[in-house]
Design a protein around this ligand. Structure first.
Ligand code: DOR
Ligand code: ZN
Length: 335
């Protein structure tokens, strides 16, 4: 069995910078483009930083055409600053992190009320708002506790394109039903694993991410929504590479590195459930329609021949362990 996808997109990707960027960028090139996260050190907060980061990404890629949808780390910007951002080539939207919620988010927002004016301007200008939606509460309840904030934003700014990033709960899917201006991304791991896979037996640092994987009923609801072709649910890997020494450590960094296995594994899952005809929309069509995107025209074929996943990816002095390291998965990219 095989499937050819048109211009698959990863709507939430961490590529990092420096040597790590050189290692990771080529491993996302089976996608035709991606929404690039801004949580570098320091975060990408200005059009100048965004453009120079975009150029470094282009350099790190092997020359394959790749649409870089660049995000700015959310700060309360005024009209002139948003206008400047909007006219910056490659600019896609603003990514909002509650302060301190995850990797390199210390400079995030601690008082949403102070961002009101920026939200209103973004709504008027058609600038998407992408949100890491977690509270600072109990780890399993953080997403649920943030849902009222999504609701508040969706109602107060009905024309704002609002993305609930990396949703992990059935409750978030319910909210998605209610607001046509809201979309959501979901990762590969949250379609597959639960908290049990992370911490139910021997602790698995390479499956630890934020938001943390939830209950079986949440995972099952997310998978069913993806398989059934929900029009505002899109694939965003949240592939988040960290050096092996930061994962296999006391104080494990949050993030699952899925970029190299994402498309084959999605094809395997959708095929196993008889839903391959919904894969194109999940990995591209839904995002293109919701945001009005026209990514690089690319085709990629996936086939049900196994892929042997490397135990680690090593280059430029960096070492990163992918999901399914050392294992075989059922599908692979036809080269
Ligand atoms: O697990 C995560 N890793 N969640 C995030 O929100 C950020 C990401 C990272 O940048 O490492
Ligand atoms: Zn992320």
């Amino acid at each position: 069995m095989e499937i050819t996808l048109n211009s698959p997109l990863d709507m939430h990707l961490h590529l990092r910078d420096g040597d790590m960027l050189k290692l990771t960028a080529p491993l996302s090139e089976d996608f035709a483009g991606a929404v690039i996260m801004p949580n570098l050190v320091p975060p990408v907060t200005t059009p100048e930083m965004l453009q120079s980061y975009s150029a470094r990404i282009e350099q790190a890629m092997s020359g394959t055409p790749f649409s870089r949808y660049m995000t700015l780390f959310f700060t309360p910007l005024g009209e002139k600053e948003l206008e400047a951002a909007r006219h910056t080539p490659g600019f896609f939207g603003l990514k909002l992190y509650p302060a301190g919620i995850t990797t390199n988010s210390e400079g995030g927002v601690s008082d949403l009320a102070r961002a009101d004016k920026t939200f209103r301007l973004m709504e008027e200008m058609g600038i998407p708002l992408l949100v890491h939606g977690e509270s600072h509460g109990f780890v399993m309840d953080r997403e649920a506790e943030f849902l009222h904030t999504y609701r508040h934003l969706a109602e107060k700014y009905p024309a704002l394109k609002l993305s609930m990033e990396h949703i992990t709960t059935a409750a978030a899917l319910q909210l998605l039903e209610e607001y046509p201006n809201v979309c959501a991304t979901v990762t590969l791991q949250h379609l597959i694993i639960t908290l049990d896979d992370v911490a139910g037996g021997a602790l698995k640092p390479h499956l630890f991410c934020k938001p943390i994987a939830k209950r079986p009923e949440d995972r099952d609801a997310l998978l069913q929504a993806a398989l059934s072709g929900h029009p505002r649910l899109m694939f965003g890997s949240d592939s988040a590479p960290h050096p092996r020494c930061r994962k296999e450590a006391c104080g494990c960094a949050a993030g699952v590195f899925t970029a190299p296995v994402a498309l084959p594994k999605l094809a395997e899952i959708f095929a196993a459930e008889g839903a391959l005809d919904h894969l194109q929309d999940f990995v591209s069509g839904n995002a293109c329609r919701f945001y009005g995107l026209t990514p690089q025209a690319r085709k990629i074929t996936l086939r049900d021949t196994p892929m042997q996943v490397p135990a680690a990816y090593r280059s430029y002095g960096e070492e990163v362990v992918p999901m399914y390291a050392g294992e075989s998965i059922g599908w692979s990219v036809v080269r």
